[in-house]
Design a binder for this molecule. Sequence first.
Ligand code: IMP
Ligand code: MG
Length: 187
Amino acid sequence: MQDYHDFLGEVLISEADLQKRVQELGAQISADYRGSEPLLLLCILRGGVMFLTDLIRHMTVPHMVEFMAVSSYGVGKFESSGSVRITLDLKSDIHNYHVLLVEDIIDSGNTIASVLELLSTRKPKSLEVCTLLDKAERREVFVPIRYTGFSIPNKFVFGYGLDVDEYYRNLPFIGVVDLDKFHPETT
Ligand code: IMP
Ligand code: MG
């Protein structure tokens, strides 16, 4: 894998700005869900993990954490397609839970729309979406988003949980991939 400095177009959201916003979201969610029990934060693997783990440090209401994994049949490396498959489902029953989905980014909206459709059949008490990033310009299906960290332009971003070919999820900031300078490995 190339050194990310070679293809980093710009730092879109700094570590300080991410941390400040995640703290605000944690406080807001805590205020909104006070008294709403049981509360389950449901993280979509893998991109949402760093956001989730930071977010829950700022939560001041009792809650549980669960994970789900979905994969979209990609049409290309930087595009997601319409069809989504659940690759890891919940072990626990969410019936009568307040469920808050935690996502890294909503792009076309297809992934989260499929997940919402599936989960709503399981009759949770409430079902809402919290996304760190919203690429609204690319939306293909309507998604009701309760909490948004940042609205971002139509650029491919990485870091803070989001990957470039599975790498660089560890970076503490959100960067833009300069597609002219990124050379995918062809193995
Ligand atoms: P959607 O189904 O088109 O909304 O795609 C959502 C998923 O595509 C996200 O959960 C990410 O895994 C991935 N994705 C979309 N845009 C980006 C990006 O700019 N960087 C990294 N992953 C992305
Ligand atoms: Mg994701």
